[in-house]
Design a protein around this ligand. Structure first.
Ligand SMILES: *Cc1c(COP(=O)(O)O)cnc(C)c1O
Length: 354
């Protein structure tokens, strides 16, 4: 780091680390001792502070609560096999954070506050980074509109917060998904590429309906014709069709997933052909009928890969062949894990070493 943001640190007098059962981690249950807080007002970001994790105090008229100016990131720090710690692809997460903030008309967090804030926060709470391979310290940077004023307007005040918590590797049993043909997650020209809270809020009802019909998740289709596959739940979605790794191309209705990008890169390194192109629902149907589709999975930071067992299309449940260790999705997952653990070479400079 050339520019080091000055960060005031106030340590907790009583660590909660001993309350954590690292053998029984649950996603989202434990929060580490400290958080970073940084306020924006009068056109400037103030000095960031690292303080003991605690509730925030804000006005009920804080604009974020009413008009939804709120943006987040989800990323992970890993304990490597030699004991070192890295934060995975911090630059790419930062670039996406900036794009999300810009789309929501919010103040952009300077890179040195983001990078140095994460580095110092993870350094301070390094004993919270789990040692078991696959487990990680989940990092949640977010910004919300904090100005207290209830007229509809762009906020002039923001708060940037980062907190973290140890999480298990989420292995999910193969899931059942339903091609959604009524609701949409994202529209052309909308906010689908931004990691903003509203995208999640709007996805809950369709997902609950899919659950009540016996599916785990929704397979989102495009907002114009419901003709092309976009994402699976809150993950990018990838298929192996005819031996090639295929995923939807980036657009303003697709979230530019860091996992998606990493898996595409690793698949090419393994000698697989990859395609980023529109995938029609009709193409999937045809591929099932000809037995040409061999894998389908969600890709995202939380689970890395979430294998799909069944896809519901036009009244029919199509099944994928049973998965085994030879499947590409598991090779990709292992390839990614080996880089993060420092077992294989970090050719692409993905690990930000603490
Ligand atoms: C966060 C997210 C993803 C996955 O992105 P990663 O960077 O791989 O975690 C995919 N789709 C949506 C809608 C998301 O919000």
């Amino acid at each position: 780091m050339e520019t080091t943001a000055d960060i005031l640190i106030r340590k907790t007098p009583a660590s909660r680390l001993k309350e954590v059962d690292f053998d029984q981690l649950e996603f989202g249950k434990y929060i580490s001792d400290h958080m970073l807080v940084c306020d924006y007002a009068n056109g400037k970001w103030k000095e960031p502070q690292i303080v003991p994790f605690a509730n925030l105090s804000m006005s009920p008229s804080a604009l974020a609560l009413h008009y939804g100016q709120t943006v987040f990131e989800g990323m992970k720090a890993f304990r490597m096999h030699d004991g070192g710690i890295n934060i995975f692809r911090m630059d790419k997460h930062y670039d996406r954070f900036v794009r999300s903030l810009q789309r929501m008309c919010m103040a952009v967090v300077p890179k040195e506050i983001f990078v140095e804030g994460l580095r110092q926060l993870v350094e301070l709470d390094k004993d919270w980074v789990p040692a078991k391979p696959g487990n990680a310290l989940y990092l949640r940077p977010f910004v919300f509109a904090s100005e207290a004023r209830f007229g509809v307007k762009v906020s002039e005040e923001y708060r940037f917060v980062i907190f973290s918590g140890p999480v298990p590797s989420l292995y999910t049993d193969p899931i059942k998904v339903k091609v959604e043909t009524h609701y949409i997650r994202a529209a052309k020209g909308g906010t689908g590429f931004a990691k903003c809270g509203g995208n999640y809020g709007a996805a809950f009802l369709p997902t609950q309906q899919a659950r009540s019909e016996g599916y785990d998740q929704v397979l989102w289709t495009d907002g114009i014709e419901h003709k092309y596959i976009e994402e699976s739940g809150m993950m990018n979605v990838m298929f192996v069709i005819n031996g090639k790794l295929v995923t939807a191309p980036l657009s303003d209705s697709i979230l530019d997933g860091v996992t998606r990008d990493s898996l595409l890169t690793l698949a090419q390194e393994l000698g697989y052909e990859t395609e980023e192109r529109p995938i029609a629902v009709a193409e999937l149907e045809a591929a099932f009928k000809k037995g040409m589709i061999t894998e389908a999975f969600g890709a995202g930071t939380a689970a890395v890969v979430a294998p799909i067992q069944t896809i519901h299309i036009n009244g029919i449940d199509y099944s994928l062949p049973k998965y085994n260790g030879n499947n590409l999705l598991f090779k990709l997952k292992a390839g990614l894990e080996n880089i993060r653990l420092g077992i294989s070479t970090d050719t692409y400079g993905w690990n930000f070493m603490l």
